[in-house]
Unconditional design. Structure first.
Length: 269
């Protein structure tokens, strides 16, 4: 196993950590592997550690190369900063795909809560002119090939006026930004296939957000897999005792997402 770390523009707060398989002579067909980029949640105020390495390690155990992406939070999280950072990170991974043994058209982005919003934003806005203007990426090098969204923030209709929206909007035109950060409104045929899971009893991000995104995918005829578990609070991570709140039913999402990814990438389990 090889560990790589890259700080973007010398910013210690914007970091990509990678856990990579090194060439294994006994299994020559897997000199290159698909990859999963994990975006932890944290309300754009911090990046939750229990939605970082614990998630990445599960995908590594399943045979994927995995990354954890730490994006700008707090006052630096004004839109579209985190989205531009993730776009640049995706391009960086593809630029190093040969060196790191990654299949460049089999890179999924997995996000939780606010990290799910970031992942969904990339899946819906990767080809938006604003992102191209700010990053110089206009050839799809930032496009995710699949999305995995855990209890994601998708809309803003339920968010209380606690200053968090103002922090994301900054000095930009409010209506313009709201149109871009409500992810379900930007789903289209360009959006990659998506795996979603949520809990009915989530009392932070309403389950309706996942339903909105799934409905938009259906209208755009983009395949998806959706799991709604009856129990479990927000921020379940792996839904095990070691990552917070345990729920044996919701804990099944990880294995389901692995099988789903294998199907999407055309890999026989």
């Amino acid at each position: 196993m090889k560990f790589v770390k890259h700080e973007f523009d010398g910013k210690a707060r914007v970091v990509l950590n990678g856990y990579l398989y090194e060439g294994e002579k006994s299994i020559p067909r897997w000199q290159k592997r698909p990859a999963v980029v994990v975006c932890p949640g944290g309300a754009y105020k911090f990046c939750s550690e229990r939605e970082a390495d614990p998630i990445a390690m599960q995908y590594v155990a399943a045979g994927f190369n995995a990354f954890v992406f730490y994006y700008s939070v707090g006052d630096e999280a004004v839109f579209p900063n985190p989205l531009c950072e993730l776009s640049v990170a995706m391009k960086y991974i593809r630029e190093h795909s040969e060196e790191w043994g990654i299949i460049p058209d089999q890179i999924a982005v997995c996000g939780f809560s606010a990290g799910g919003h970031l992942a969904a934003s990339l899946g819906t806005l990767w080809n938006h002119p604003l992102i191209a203007q700010k990053t110089g990426i206009n050839n799809g090098e930032n496009r995710p090939n699949a999305l995995i969204l855990g209890y994601p923030v998708i809309s803003t209709s339920w968010i209380e006026n606690d200053g968090s929206l103002d922090r994301l909007i900054g000095d930009s035109d409010r209506e313009t930004v709201l149109g871009l950060i409500n992810c379900h409104k930007n789903v289209g045929p360009h959006t990659p296939e998506t795996f979603l899971f949520h809990t009915f009893k989530d009392d932070v991000v309403p389950v309706e957000d996942s339903l909105k995104f799934a409905s938009a995918l259906a209208k755009a005829k983009v395949p998806f897999e959706l799991h709604i578990y009856p129990n479990g609070p927000h921020g379940l991570s792996l839904a095990t005792q070691m990552t917070g709140d345990a729920d044996p039913d919701a804990a099944g999402w990880m294995g389901l997402s692995v099988n789903w990814l294998l199907r999407v990438f055309g890999i026989r389990p």
